[in-house]
Design a protein. Structure first.
Length: 427
């Protein structure tokens, strides 16, 4: 079973998912003629097409993906101490078109399993509010997502249920995904919330998600209701789906505008504006241990991204920018608002058409209560400059330089300089 009350051992869950996958593959019979051209596995994946196996599975409705990221970061000055650390993240993904496999119209299933290894660079070397590496996590392996989605009305409405991560669809910008710091994925105003964080990397939660997209793709509205405590706060290892008394729920809604001009499909074009609101059903203690009042945990956010310039002869290349701003309950959170701004250029250097250069700045403001209790500074500012080198379709190398001003709003911490690199491989 996907959902259960209490714990199921990691080994037993792996057995169940492997069994389910084998059963699905075993159900593949004669299927209609190929409708889509399969990806170029031999060109885009290190391990290739496996003698045609991947292409055949894709044509039947099963798409397999495997990636690995390795990050090496060095604290050059400031923070807790100087030093170098390695972190790694490996994931496997299975996407199944259940209309092809089982005849279930407009139905998709998705399973994502990942593992994290390595040091805790931010915890042990930096001590900043913004986590400087977005794959830093407990050393474990778990199912991150495992859901089924049904589409209605020509796919304009969809319903998703299962193990789900809100940062796969909510509060995200495509233009900021290149960065290695965390606030350019799920921003810290929401990321800091909850008893065990919200359902974001690396732990998903049982959820129901509804989404509407207009026929012209220019407007969307989405809502998710998730378990209020993802995983098991007392056991960070393995997969845990628990619906315990007192967990409550997290609700999040987002409305967005994504108009596309004529000819946008011929290049790379970003045009998104979105507003969101989130709230937990349970109440949380005040930051001040002497204040007995319980407060609601809630917040709101705004994000926008735009293509600022396309190269005339290469519309898939050019300059884009983004802004993000979010607020959170000031009585229970370290930061009551965060804001980010950034630029990225696809194909900045002639002859390096697939490379991406980017720079981003994030300000995290300390809440008044946190400032008073900790005699802290008013904010932390983190900056990242990075350049993603697409060596070939399956290999990317990404140097990064970071600077953190007033880490963790702590006046005793020296400002931090960080340098490092990420290697990403698609198998």
């Amino acid at each position: 079973m996907l959902c259960h009350m209490g714990n199921i051992g990691e080994r037993e869950m792996v057995k169940q998912y492997i069994f389910a996958l084998v059963m699905v593959i075993g159900c593949i019979g004669s299927v209609a003629a190929k409708e889509e051209k399969s990806p170029d596995w031999n060109g885009e994946a290190l391990t290739g097409d496996w003698g045609g196996v991947r292409s055949n599975l894709y044509d039947e409705g099963i798409e397999l993906g495997f990636t690995h990221k390795s990050d090496v970061l060095s604290n050059l000055s400031g923070g807790i101490k100087r030093g170098t650390a390695w972190m790694g993240n490996t994931e496997a993904r299975v996407k199944m078109d259940l209309e092809k496999l089982l005849g279930w119209k407009s139905t998709t299933a998705y399973v994502q399993y990942h593992s994290q290894l390595g040091s805790k660079f931010n915890r042990d070397y930096v001590d900043s509010f913004v986590i400087v590496d977005n794959i830093e996590a407990n050393n474990t392996a778990q199912f991150f997502q495992a859901w089924i989605q049904k589409g209605f009305y020509d796919e304009s409405l969809s319903v998703l249920f299962g193990l789900y991560a809100i940062d796969s669809e909510f509060y995200v910008n495509d233009t900021s995904a290149v960065f290695t710091q965390t606030p350019y994925g799920m921003a810290n105003d929401l990321g800091q919330s909850g008893m065990n964080a919200p359902p974001i990397f690396p732990v998903g939660a049982l959820a129901l998600r509804l989404k509407y997209t207009s026929q012209d793709k220019g407007f969307y509205a989405q809502y998710a209701l998730t378990d209020g405590v993802p995983g098991d706060p007392n056991n960070p290892r393995g997969t845990h789906i628990q619906l315990n008394k007192g967990d409550g729920t997290l609700s999040i809604v987002e409305l967005g505008l994504t108009p596309q001009p004529d000819g946008a499909d011929d290049g790379e074009y970003f045009n998104k504006t979105a507003f969101g609101y989130w709230r937990y059903s349970t109440r949380f203690s005040d930051l001040d241990p002497l204040n007995p009042i319980l407060h609601p945990s809630q917040g709101a956010y705004f994000l926008a991204e735009r293509t600022l310039m396309n190269e005339k002869d290469h519309p898939e290349q050019g300059l884009a920018g983004f802004v993000r701003y979010g607020v959170a309950s000031k009585d229970i959170h370290q930061s009551d608002w965060t804001g980010s701004i950034g630029l990225r250029y696809h194909g900045l250097i002639a002859g390096r058409d697939d490379d991406i250069a980017a720079i981003g700045i994030t300000v995290s403001h300390a809440s008044p209560t946190f400032q008073r209790l900790n005699n802290s500074l008013s904010s932390e500012t983190s900056t990242e400059a990075t350049y993603r080198i697409q060596v070939n379709p399956w290999l990317a190398v990404q140097p990064t330089v970071q600077y953190v001003l007033h880490p963790n709003m702590n006046p005793a911490r020296q400002n931090v300089w960080i340098a490092g690199a990420r290697v990403e491989i698609s198998f």
